[in-house]
Design a protein around this ligand. Structure first.
Ligand SMILES: C[S@@+](CC[C@H](N)C(=O)[O-])C[C@H]1O[C@@H](n2cnc3c(N)ncnc32)[C@H](O)[C@@H]1O
Length: 261
């Protein structure tokens, strides 16, 4: 199964993803920083051989590549060529230290045991042929290798999402947490790997402006779509809640599953 047309359109380039990141950067309460935390969970081997699947604009490496030894072999991959172009723009001169590869995570063109670290940061829930992807990740990892997969838990933004889908008239949406979340992903990884550990990143959003929240939901187009009057109703819902309570406090449940043999 190849990625759907709507998913390809959603990730035509980094714009939609960066829009969502902006909400977390502006209103997230954990000031330590997500990408700093993600990188610190990774145990680097010597010399490191790292593959990132679905690297997007390369934010993890923009923030942390300076901490990776020069002799490291780092492959950043994504199924979207527009995303890889934005990754090059974002990394600038750092691009010289990585190899870029366009691939679908479900079909990896690498030899058995090619990497000791595979990173799948907020992306496995998008992969339709996930069972194949997980088996392939295990195949390309060394015997001691590890997969570091971040995702969200069931409680993340749940109430707000439910309200938003109702106002927008969106039904039957499968959440990321249902597809491959901290709970569901754990079970899927245990089908393929011997050991799986879950670590959580504590944060929440305290949003004091309606427009960035609306931008967040609009950045999910075309996976989420609605007529203009419904988007206006959603804006009004956010604006009224903020006028009444001063902010919208949103529980966020993010974390990492670390899988090994
Ligand atoms: C939510 S973004 C995360 C980007 C990056 N990992 C980060 O956290 O900063 C998801 C990324 O996964 C990519 N992606 C989605 N499905 C994919 C697939 N089947 N194979 C490879 N990349 C995929 C998208 O193009 C997008 O860049």
């Amino acid at each position: 199964m190849s990625p759907s047309t709507t998913l390809k359109e959603q990730y035509r380039n980094a714009a939609n993803f960066l829009q969502r990141l902006t909400l977390h950067r502006r209103f997230g309460t954990n000031r330590y920083g997500w990408y700093r935390w993600v990188f610190e969970q990774i145990e680097l081997t010597h010399p490191p051989r790292i593959l990132e699947l679905g690297c997007g604009p390369g934010a993890l490496w923009k923030r942390n590549l300076a901490l990776v030894p020069q002799e490291a072999f780092v492959v950043l991959s994504d199924f979207s060529s527009g995303m890889l172009d934005d990754c090059v723009r974002n990394l600038g001169p750092l691009t010289a230290r990585v190899r870029l590869c366009r691939l679908d995570a479900a079909h990896q063109p690498f030899r058995d045991g090619s990497f000791d670290t595979v990173v799948a940061n907020m992306m496995l829930y998008h992969v339709s042929d996930r069972a194949n992807a997980l088996r392939d990740i295990r195949r390309i990892l060394t015997v001691d290798g590890r997969l570091y997969a971040t995702t969200q838990g069931r409680g993340s933004m749940r109430e707000l999402n439910d309200a938003a889908w109702q106002i927008l008239g969106v039904s039957g949406r499968t959440s990321a947490a249902d597809s491959f979340g901290l709970e569901t992903g754990y079970d899927q990884l245990r089908e393929v790997f011997t050991r799986v550990e879950c670590r959580r990143y504590e944060t929440q959003l305290r949003v004091t402006e309606a427009q960035p929240l609306l931008d967040y939901y609009q950045s999910m187009k075309p996976m989420v779509d609605a007529p203009p009057e419904r988007w206006s109703a959603l804006f009004t819902f956010f604006a009224q809640a903020i006028a009444r309570d001063g902010e919208i406090a949103i529980p966020i449940d993010l974390g990492m599953l670390i899988a090994s043999n």
